[in-house]
Design a protein around this ligand. Structure first.
Ligand code: ZN
Ligand code: ZN
Length: 383
């Protein structure tokens, strides 16, 4: 059973960190280690023993989903129950994830411990289970491949709604409606539709803004299928584009493909980022690329590893990452090589801000990479 093997791996990581027990309360980690998908629960590991704690709302669900570990249903806080059980099971030092535990929750768990061990019982760690989750097994890869392929299908299907005058929210609604009909659990994050001048916003959530007659539309979205996220971005142009728009698009595409080409086991994440960044630097777009190149994806939309400048972490087979460089130009930057126009002088000749981002999901394989979103072409699209 895969959850059992994962628990063994997690317990080993806790032992390596200097603990003899592991407390897990972050829902994606709980799911990963137990199969339980409820929003409130805790998994506790002590040696070879494992228990799941949740409340009465989840009795049936927990029984159905979580197997091979002790199940405790109680209305008290799952974390408190878990640490009490760990102490009674003989644990002396409990590793917990500081990045996923509120100060209030830790206080509550501390108070539940006898005074004598209260200070020494808890060992603060960071992302211990998250790091294990970075490397996907074959079943997880299969789910992610399905989610990614569905994302590509949805992108092709929603293009018909990219019509000048339609609202961004209408495009998002059509996409999400089709995704639901296709059987997704949910969208993996709030759909980004950034059109016209709004394409210059790296994270432009769909608004009531209308798609322009002439300008870019960036669609960044993902579906959640079988618990796993997809994530992709395509940018298309409505109407006839100028030379500058085309150039920027092709620079971003070149940067994206250069970064993908570097993906292989043993490659530093910082070097993948640099591959994209150096292309944009040569094109004079370094400042316009204001975020990192990508991120891990899985049960959560943003996981490790970080594909960012100077990241020393190396890629391993089974990791699924995004490669998503972009260029976002203010009106001044869009007016390359000319004096920045002042507000009062704005005229039809002053280029409007615009942006381009292209994102794929990439699996690190034993020998290189596989683009999971390859079914969706990245050629220039002018509608
Ligand atoms: Zn995205
Ligand atoms: Zn992303």
């Amino acid at each position: 059973m895969r959850e059992k093997a994962r628990r063994k791996q997690a317990m080993k990581a806790a032992l390596d960190a200097g603990a003899d027990g592991l407390l897990v309360t972050h829902a994606p980690d709980v799911r990963y280690l137990s199969g339980f998908t409820g929003s409130s629960g805790a998994v506790a590991l002590v040696g070879g023993r494992a228990a799941l704690f949740t409340d009465g709302r989840y009795t049936m669900q927990a029984k159905a989903e979580a197997q091979g570990l002790k199940l405790v249903i109680d209305k008290r806080s799952p974390g408190v129950q878990a640490v009490e059980w760990m102490a009674s099971a003989g644990a002396k030092k409990c590793a917990f994830d500081a990045g996923q535990t509120s100060v209030a929750a830790l206080e509550l768990m501390r108070k539940a411990m006898p005074g004598a061990v209260r200070r020494s019982f808890f060992l603060s760690t960071n992302g211990l289970v998250a790091r294990i989750r970075e490397v996907k097994d074959a079943d997880e890869v299969e789910l992610m491949r399905k989610a990614a392929t569905l994302g590509c299908d949805l992108f092709s299907a929603v293009l018909q709604y990219f019509v000048s005058g339609a609202k961004e929210t209408q495009v998002a609604a059509q996409l999400e409606f089709m995704a639901r009909l296709a059987g997704v659990d949910a969208m993996s994050f709030e759909t980004i539709v950034a059109s016209g001048e709004r394409s210059a916003l790296p994270h432009g959530r769909a608004t009531g803004a209308k798609l322009p007659k002439k300008g870019f539309v960036t669609l960044d979205f993902g579906v959640l299928l079988g618990g796993y996220c997809s994530d992709m971005t395509r940018t298309v142009h409505l109407g006839r584009a100028g030379e500058r728009e085309r150039d920027v698009y092709h620079s971003v595409l070149e940067a994206q493909e250069a970064a993908i080409a570097t993906v292989a086991p043993g490659v530093r994440c910082g070097d993948v980022d640099e591959a994209a960044r150096s292309v944009l630097r040569k094109a004079g777009l370094e400042k316009a690329f204001s975020h990192s190149t990508g991120h891990g994806v899985g049960l959560e939309i943003h996981e490790g590893p970080r594909i960012a400048a100077k990241q020393e972490q190396v890629l391993e087979p089974g990791m699924v990452i995004t490669i998503e460089p972009g260029a976002y130009l203010s009106s001044g930057a869009a007016l390359k090589g000319r004096r920045l126009a002042s507000r009062s002088k704005r005229s039809k000749q002053v280029p409007k801000p615009f942006g381009v981002r292209i994102e794929d999901m990439v699996l690190v394989t034993d020998s290189g990479y596989e683009v999971l979103t390859a079914a969706s072409a990245k050629d220039w699209i002018e509608l």
